[in-house]
Every structure is written in structure tokens, then in C-alpha cells.
Write a protein that binds this ligand. Structure first.
Ligand code: ADP
Ligand code: ASP
Ligand code: MG
Length: 409
């Protein structure tokens, strides 16, 4: 019997009616002869509301307690989903992350999955039940409740699909697939029928909020086909797979925008071996995720400025760490800018096509968007820009690469 994992995001379980609709979808899959595992997110904007509530009580809430608080959202959804399925005359059982042995490391608010106990789920599936698992949460080996980072229910779903050797993983959301860019920001965005794990991983890491990037890492590693689709319709969504037809020909598959990033620059760093290692080792000790690293050398090579970007969530802590470092290393200053955005173009075809980066820079120049830093990899070109230009930059890049026509290919 084939196993299907169906994940429902916040908007897809936002109220009783939507919960019942999601329940019907799972029941239909069961009646079609599949074993069904559902992964559900917190209802609607619950997680955002809990975050806001925490901040009212403490502007800098302890990460462990944040996890304790936010995981309650998913616990509400799983219980209601099980009740909805029972109400429709079918058997269901709900589990928290801890109950299905979803063990993570202890990095509260951004934990990584280590292992999942597949036996517990298989046992309930064999007993004929629809199994409902809380997304976004896990437990450490010594019993502390953790979360996988905002949007992490996707990762629960794909990791579970890999652990229980599911045949498919369906991600039900409020758009009918992955688009060439966020359709809320660029209405001309077009739907992509098929995309590779590599491209989706880059899009997700660079700001395409439709999928949690860790979920794509699991998908790629364990070869789980992922189908991103709408919870409101039956139309086919986007398949995320290892290879797509004609993938080399599509130069740019999508464009992304990442906001809420900040830059921190250590000014006047001695330009000698070991200094960068010392700085970034300290930043890593604090579990701060560093995005781009920017280094400029001055004064005939004697001195450098070493900077990096990080998400606004980690900004305050990163600033404190850098200020302490600057004192110890007797640096001249720590400069910060919290109004940074990053636009990126992503596509496998970039490996074999030339002139892509220059086309990007030209489009930005024409729109009078100043580029503050450039970074590239095999299938990505990214530019740091002023946050005030963010949406304009996204729109001009989408138009420059004619993505309104490309998506379906
Ligand atoms: P869920 O609650 O179902 O997990 P999310 O809000 O996390 O849903 O993700 C869906 C949203 O992602 C869409 O409403 C859309 O605005 C946004 N999004 C950003 N980039 C893209 C993209 N490239 N394609 C589709 N949606 C995108
Ligand atoms: N509820 C969590 C969030 O809003 C996890 C998720 O929805 O994927 O981030
Ligand atoms: Mg999501």
C-alpha cells in the first residue's frame, strides 16, 4: 500500500471549515487506497500572534520558552484535525513531534532534525488510522521541546516522508504552486510546472517563502518527490524533482527577494591570517546564521573591513557579539545597517550561459538601483541593495528575464 504525506499550512487550517476541508482531502486519499499521514501547521496567524504576545511580556524572550510557546499552535491544530476526521466517520490519531520521536539538536528556535521514529507511525497506519503529526516541532534527546524555524512544517513533512519511505509528499498551501517569484509582490509571476531540488533550494534559501529551505535539502537527499499545490482546488501544482526536461535551456527559473536583513561591518581589522577565523568562530558559537560575507582591504593592504549580513532576527545578538569582539581586538568601530535587501536570480541554465549577470546589473542600473555587494554561485547571482528599492528591483528583474512567459516551461 502506498503512503502519502499531506502537509497543510496555516491558511489551509485557518478555521473549522478549512480544517474540515483538509480532513476530507485526507479521507479521500485514504479511500483511494493510500495510507495517509497529515502534517499540520498552526491555525492562520496563530504563530505570529504568539510571537507578538511573547514580545509584550519580554522584548527578548528566552529561546527555549519561545519554543514552548509556539509549539502550542500546532498542538491545537492536530487535535482539531483528528476530531474532524473522527466526525466524518474515520479513524485518526494526533501526535506531537516528541510523540513521534522527532529528535532534534538543541538549537532552540532553529533546531535541526536528527532522527525520526518511523515505527510508531507505521503501527498506527497499519491499524487503519490517518496519522496527524504536528509540524514545526521536535524534541531534544533530553526532552526539551524545540522548533525548526519559521515555516518549518514543510521540513517536518518532507523529513517524515523520507523516514517512513512515503511515495509522495504533498504540500497544500494558499498558492497553486511555486511561481517565478512571489505572486503577491509581482502579479505577472507565472507558475512553474517542474523545478529541480537545486533550484528550489536556492529560491527557498534566498527568500521564496513558499517552502522552508531545509525541507528541500531532505527532499534532495532522500529523493522525495514534492508536490506543492493549492488546498482550495484540484489543479496540478509544481513538482519538485531531481531533474526536469530541458533544464539547461532555462537560464533563469525565478527571482527572489529577501528582506529583513542587516549588515554589520567590523572596521579596521588587521589584514593578517587567522583574523577572519577568529571573528567567525565567535559568531558561530552564538548560533548566528551568517549570510553574505563582505571584505574590503585598505591602506596598502594593512587593514580591512570585514562585514557580513544576517537576518534581523539575529541582528541584536550579532551586534553585541561584534561589539565585544571589537573591544577585545581594539578595532576602530562596528557599523550597522538594518535597511538591506537582497535580490537574486536563480537558474540551472546559468551554468552554461554567459551574460546573465551583466543583464541583471543592467536592469538594476536602468531602474537606478544601486548595488552594494554582489555574490554568485553556479546557479545564483545575488545583489545587496537598499531596502527601499526592494520591490522595484524584484519587478524589473522579473521583467528583464521575461519570467511572465517562462514559468510553465
Ligand atoms: P503555508 O502557511 O501554507 O506554509 P506560506 O505563507 O508559508 O504558506 O507560503 C505560501 C506563500 O508564499 C504564498 O502565499 C506566497 O505569497 C509566498 N511566496 C513567496 N515566494 C513564492 C513563490 N516563488 N511562489 C509561490 N509563492 C511564493
Ligand atoms: N506555524 C509555524 C510558522 O508559522 C510553522 C509553519 O507554519 O510552517 O512559522
Ligand atoms: Mg510555509
Amino acid at each position: 500500500m502506498s503512503i502519502i504525506v499531506q502537509k497543510f499550512g496555516g491558511t489551509s487550517v485557518a478555521n473549522a471549515e478549512k480544517i474540515a476541508r483538509a480532513a476530507r482531502r485526507a479521507i479521500k486519499a485514504k479511500l483511494d487506497g493510500h495510507q495517509v499521514v497529515m502534517v499540520v501547521s498552526a491555525m492562520g496567524h496563530t504563530t505570529d500572534e504568539l510571537v507578538a504576545l511573547a514580545r509584550q511580556v519580554n522584548p527578548n524572550p528566552p529561546r527555549r520558552e519561545m519554543d514552548m510557546l509556539l509549539t502550542t499552535g500546532e498542538q491545537v491544530s492536530i487535535a482539531l484535525m483528528a476530531m474532524a476526521i473522527e466526525a466524518a466517520g474515520h479513524q485518526a490519531i494526533s501526535f506531537t513531534g516528541g510523540q513521534v520521536g522527532l529528535i532534534t539538536d538543541s538549537a532552540h528556535t532553529k533546531a535541526r532534525i536528527r532522527t525520526i521514529d518511523a515505527d510508531r507511525i507505521h503501527k498506527e497506519l497499519k491499524a487503519g488510522k490517518i496519522v496527524i503529526v504536528a509540524g514545526f516541532q521536535g524534541i531534544t534527546s533530553d526532552g526539551a521541546i524545540t522548533t525548526l524555524g519559521r515555516g518549518g512544517s514543510d521540513t517536518t513533512a518532507v523529513a517524515l516522508a523520507a523516514a517512513i519511505k512515503a511515495d509522495a509528499c504533498e504540500i497544500y498551501t494558499d498558492v497553486d504552486g511555486v511561481y517565478t517569484t512571489d505572486p503577491r509582490l509581482v502579479p505577472q509571476a507565472s507558475k512553474i510546472d517542474q523545478i529541480t531540488y537545486d533550484e528550489m533550494l536556492e529560491l527557498a534559501s534566498l527568500g521564496a517563502g513558499v517552502m522552508h529551505s531545509r525541507s528541500i535539502e531532505f527532499g534532495k537527499k532522500y529523493n522525495v518527490p514534492i508536490h506543492v499545490r493549492s488546498s482550495l482546488t484540484d489543479i496540478e501544482g509544481t513538482m519538485i524533482v531531481a531533474e526536469t526536461a530541458g533544464m539547461e535551456e532555462i537560464v533563469v527559473r525565478g527571482v527572489t527577494l529577501k528582506k529583513e536583513i542587516a549588515r554589520i561591518v567590523l572596521v579596521g581589522v588587521p589584514n593578517k591570517p587567522g583574523v577572519a577565523a577568529q571573528i567567525f568562530a565567535r559568531i558561530a558559537e552564538h548560533n548566528i546564521v551568517v549570510d553574505d560575507i563582505i571584505q574590503n582591504v585598505f591602506d596598502k593592504g594593512q587593514e580591512a573591513n570585514i562585514g557580513f549580513t544576517t537576518s534581523l532576527v539575529d541582528f541584536r545578538e550579532a551586534q553585541m557579539v561584534c561589539e565585544a569582539l571589537a573591544k577585545e581586538m581594539k578595532l576602530r568601530a562596528v557599523e550597522t545597517d538594518q535597511n538591506i535587501a537582497k535580490v537574486s536570480i536563480v537558474g540551472i541554465g546559468m551554468k552554461t550561459h554567459t551574460g546573465v549577470a551583466s543583464k541583471m546589473f543592467n536592469a538594476l542600473a536602468k531602474a537606478k538601483v544601486n548595488i552594494q555587494n554582489i555574490s554568485t554561485s553556479e546557479i545564483v547571482v545575488s545583489c545587496l541593495i537598499d531596502a527601499k528599492d526592494a520591490e522595484k528591483a524584484l519587478q524589473v528583474l522579473h521583467a528583464a528575464f521575461e519570467l511572465d512567459k517562462r514559468g510553465g516551461k
